[in-house]
Design a binder for this molecule. Structure first.
Ligand code: GDD
Ligand code: MN
Length: 390
C-alpha cells in the first residue's frame, strides 16, 4: 500500500458517516426468525440515516431460520452492522436491554425487524433528542400516526386497552406506550437498566415507569408514523405475552414492591388450585364406583393424585409463562421438575407448621389457613427462583 493510499484509508476511517464510527446513533433490532426482513431493513435504515453516523445491532435469539448467519454475512460487507446472538434465551425486552447496553453511541433506538415501523422518522426522532428530549416515541395514535393498516381489529382494540392501562402507571400522558419504536439517550437507559424487567414485550413502558419511580421522570417527545403490515414472517405476539404484560402492569401498580415473576407465580398457583380441585373431583368420582375401597382410601388416593397433577401443571406453566426467558429444556427440565416436587413438599411442611402454629395461638381457621398458604407460596417462589429457574 502506498503512503497516499494508506493515508486515504486512515482518512476514510475518520469519516464518521461513512464508517458509522464512532456512532452517534445505535439502532437496536431484536429479532427472532426475521431472515426475510433484515437486509431490506438495513437498506432502508441506510437511506433514512445517510447523514448520521449510525450502527445496527441485531440481537437474535439463535433463530432457527438462520437470521444470525445473514446478519454476520452483512457484517462482512457493512462496517456498521453486528449481531449479538443469544443461546437458550428468548425475550423481546431482554434482547433490547442487551442491545442497548452493548453500544457506545450516545443515542439508542429500538425498531422491529419486520418493517412495521417507519424508519424514515428516525432523523426527526434524533433531532428531538438532540433538542433535549430524554425519550422520543414513534407513535401510531397521535397526529398523523395510524395503526389501522398494520393491526387486525382484535389487535387494535387490545392495543387500545393496553394503552389505557399503561396510562395508569406511566405518570404522564403518552399516546402510544405500547410502541416498540423509540429512541432514548443512552445515559437515561443506563440509569435504570439494572431495574428493568427482562420478561415480556413492554420495554418502553417499563423504561418510563422505572425512571418515574426512581424520581427522574422522563421528558418525552413523540413523532407520529403509520404502522405498516409486517413484511415477511410471522408475529411472535401470543397470549402468554399478554399475560406477561399484565404481570408487569400489576407489578408497577404495586409500586414495584411485588416483582412480575411473583405475581405470575401466584397466578399460576391459583390455576393450580383449580386443577387440583378438578382432579380431586374426577378421581373421587372415578374410584367411587369401586365398592371394595373405603371412602377414606378413595380420598387419600384422589388427594395424592390431585397434588401430583397440580404440581406438574404449576411447574410447566411457570416454565412457559413466569420463566419463559429461562425456560428449562431436556435434561434440565427433568431435573427441574423433580426438584420442584421436592421444594413444593418442603413448602407444604412450611404451610402446615405455620398454619398450626397460628391456629394454636388464635383459634381462627381462616386466618391460620391463609397464613399457611401465603407462607408456602412465598417459600415456593423464593426457593424455586433460587434453585429451579436461577
Ligand atoms: N431477540 C428476540 N427474542 N426478538 C424477538 C422475540 C424474542 O423472543 N420476540 C419477538 N422478537 C422481535 C421480532 O423478531 C420483531 O423484530 C420484534 O421483536 C417485534 O416482534 P413481532 O412478533 O413482530 O411483534 P408484533 O408486531 O406482534 O408487536 C409489535 O407491535 C406491538 C404493538 O402492537 C411490537 O413492536 C411490540 O413491541 C408492540 O407493542
Ligand atoms: Mn411485528
Amino acid at each position: 500500500m502506498t503512503e497516499i493510499g494508506s493515508q486515504a484509508k486512515v482518512d476514510s476511517l475518520r469519516n464518521p458517516v461513512a464508517t458509522g464510527h464512532p456512532p452517534q446513533l445505535a439502532v437496536i433490532v431484536p429479532s427472532f426468525n426475521e431472515r426475510g426482513n433484515i437486509e431490506l431493513l438495513y437498506e432502508k435504515l441506510a437511506i433514512a440515516l445517510d447523514e448520521t453516523a449510525w450502527e445496527m445491532i441485531v440481537v437474535d435469539d439463535n433463530s432457527p431460520d438462520g437470521t444470525a448467519t445473514v446478519v454476520n454475512e452483512m457484517s462482512r460487507v457493512y462496517a456498521n452492522v453486528r449481531c449479538i446472538r443469544r443461546f437458550g434465551r428468548r425475550g423481546l425486552s431482554s434482547a433490547c436491554v442487551e442491545g442497548m447496553a452493548s453500544t457506545s453511541a450516545p443515542y439508542v433506538a429500538v425498531i422491529d425487524a419486520d418493517l412495521q415501523h417507519d424508519e424514515a422518522i428516525l432523523p426527526q426522532m434524533l433531532e428531538k433528542a438532540l433538542a433535549g428530549a430524554d425519550l422520543v416515541v414513534g407513535t401510531r395514535f397521535a397526529g398523523e400516526g395510524s395503526a389501522a393498516t398494520g393491526l387486525s381489529a382484535t389487535r387494535l382494540s387490545g392495543s387500545r386497552l393496553a394503552t389505557k392501562m399503561a396510562a395508569m402507571i406511566a405518570g404522564q400522558p403518552i399516546s402510544d406506550p405500547m410502541s416498540g419504536f423509540f429512541l432514548v439517550r443512552r445515559d437515561i437507559f443506563e440509569n435504570v437498566a439494572p431495574k428493568l424487567a427482562n420478561d415480556g414485550f413492554k420495554i418502553l413502558i417499563d423504561l418510563i415507569v422505572t425512571s418515574e419511580r426512581a424520581g427522574k421522570p422522563l421528558q418525552i417527545a413523540e413523532v407520529p408514523y403509520t404502522f405498516r403490515p409486517r413484511h415477511a414472517g410471522e408475529s411472535k405476539m401470543n397470549p402468554l405475552i399478554v399475560i406477561q404484560y399484565l404481570g408487569l402492569w400489576a407489578s408497577k401498580l404495586s409500586g414495584g414492591i411485588l416483582p412480575p415473576s411473583f405475581l405470575l407465580f401466584g397466578l399460576v398457583g391459583v390455576t393450580g388450585v383449580v386443577v387440583h380441585m378438578a382432579t380431586l373431583g374426577a378421581v373421587t368420582a372415578g374410584l367411587g364406583g369401586n365398592g371394595a375401597l373405603s371412602s377414606e382410601t378413595i380420598f387419600v388416593a384422589a388427594q395424592i393424585t390431585a397434588t401430583m397433577v397440580a404440581m406438574t401443571w404449576n411447574f410447566f406453566l411457570n416454565n412457559n409463562l413466569t420463566y419463559s426467558d429461562r425456560k428449562l429444556r431436556g435434561r434440565k427440565l427433568v431435573i427441574g421438575l423433580l426438584g420442584f416436587y421436592a421444594i413444593c413438599a418442603l413448602g407444604g411442611i412450611a404451610n402446615i407448621s405455620v398454619a398450626s402454629g397460628i391456629y394454636e395461638l388464635r383459634h381462627q381457621t381462616f386466618i391460620a389457613g391463609l397464613a399457611g398458604a401465603v407462607m408456602s407460596s412465598v417459600f415456593n417462589y423464593a426457593v424455586t427462583r433460587a434453585f429451579t429457574w436461577k
